[in-house]
Ligand binder design. Structure first.
Ligand code: ZN
Length: 353
């Protein structure tokens, strides 16, 4: 009868131990290891089909559960999903997490404002008409001259329906997120008072408007007119830093900041044609200004002096900026009259230019 491997192996080892008694202990260990390996191998070979079936079944269960319950994917589960070809599911999950993070940060200022960075800025300078006129006697003379001229000639002509507008007119320049300030743009910078500046060419009408409001019993306070590049950049970068501190990448922080604050190259304040107004009884830049006497006077009369409410309510989808009843833009009396009468924005005005 043919001997098995086990019998031959034991017999051979037994013979060796008989010859050398000292081999008894190491031989016992050697035999155990060899026989264990031999039997495990035999077992695997004999039951190969059963084991492969079990492995396949296990793999199938892992793959199946990854597709059936994508919402259960978490950081640990992502590995299994990737192995099972679920890379796309994992990627979508990451995008959703990023969106949630943006929404969390945005809840405190969901609206998009040109001046939002200023809303919490405490370094604002503000001046009333009296303070401006006291600081510069030329301005007092100028305002008096305009008043006398208006009294002599009556109200200026108000029908500009036939007026021919010129797209290269400096007063009409369109600045927004799609139209940034031309790199070679220059303008004469005039001083309102102290460090407060604006385009020199709008000073006369700005002061005349403030005087007219005062004559009607309304105190307008000028705030934040011209902001230079450094100032606007500082406000914008402050916003980016805030988002990055909240865990955003620079690119995400930049995108989110431009949704809620005007980037330096898209702000009318940088070209000296935008003025933000307070009233002495309402020293805040928020939509409540619209209900003040100053807000209502400006909404009704600013066009007579060439200013328009630049970011009206209900036109946010066109201007890309939230309602700002305090932000007025000089466009000249002709364009301001047409824009106000038609109830359109500067963007819409340009469509017909
Ligand atoms: Zn503004």
């Amino acid at each position: 009868m043919k001997k098995t491997f086990r019998e031959k192996f034991v017999a051979r080892c037994g013979a060796k131990v008989k010859k050398h008694k000292w081999l008894k202990f190491p031989m016992a260990i050697y035999m155990t290891v060899v026989l264990l390996a031999y039997h495990t191998g035999r077992n695997l070979v004999d039951n190969g089909k059963r084991y492969s079936c079990a492995v396949l079944l296990l793999l199938f269960l892992v793959v199946g559960s990854s597709f059936a319950m994508p919402e259960s994917l978490d950081r640990q589960g992502e590995e299994a999903a990737l192995l099972a070809g679920g890379a796309q599911l994992a990627a979508e999950q990451e995008v959703n997490e990023a969106e949630v993070a943006v929404i969390d940060i945005e809840t405190d200022d969901m609206e998009t404002y040109d001046d939002v960075a200023l809303l919490s800025d405490v370094e604002l300078d503000t001046y009333t008409l009296e303070e401006i006129l006291e600081s510069n006697s030329d301005y007092r003379n100028l305002v008096e001259t305009v008043e006398n001229e208006t009294a002599a000639a009556g109200m200026p002509e108000s029908d500009y329906s036939d007026y021919v507008f010129d797209a290269s007119d400096w007063r009409l320049i369109l600045i927004n997120k799609q139209h940034s300030i031309p790199e070679d743009y220059t303008f004469p910078l005039g001083t309102i008072t102290g460090s407060m500046q604006c385009d020199e060419r709008i000073l006369e009408e700005l002061l005349a408007m403030m005087q007219a409001a005062k004559d009607d019993g309304v105190d307008l306070v000028v705030c934040s007119p011209y902001r230079d590049y450094n100032r606007q950049t500082y406000l914008f970068e402050k916003k980016i830093t805030r988002y990055m501190n909240a865990g955003m990448s620079y690119m995400d922080a930049y995108k989110t900041a431009s949704m809620s604050t005007t980037s330096p190259n898209a702000s009318e304040h940088r070209i000296g044609l935008a003025i933000d107004f307070y009233s002495s009884s309402y020293l805040r830049l928020d939509t409540g200004f619209a209900d003040t006497a100053a807000g209502q006077w400006l909404a009704a009369h600013s066009y007579e002096y060439g200013f328009i409410l630049r970011y009206p309510e209900g036109k946010e989808y066109i201007t890309g900026i939230g309602y700002e009843p305090w932000h007025f833009r000089y466009v000249g009396v002709e364009a301001a009259t047409v824009i106000t009468e038609k109830g359109i924005t500067l963007e819409e005005f340009w469509e017909d230019l």
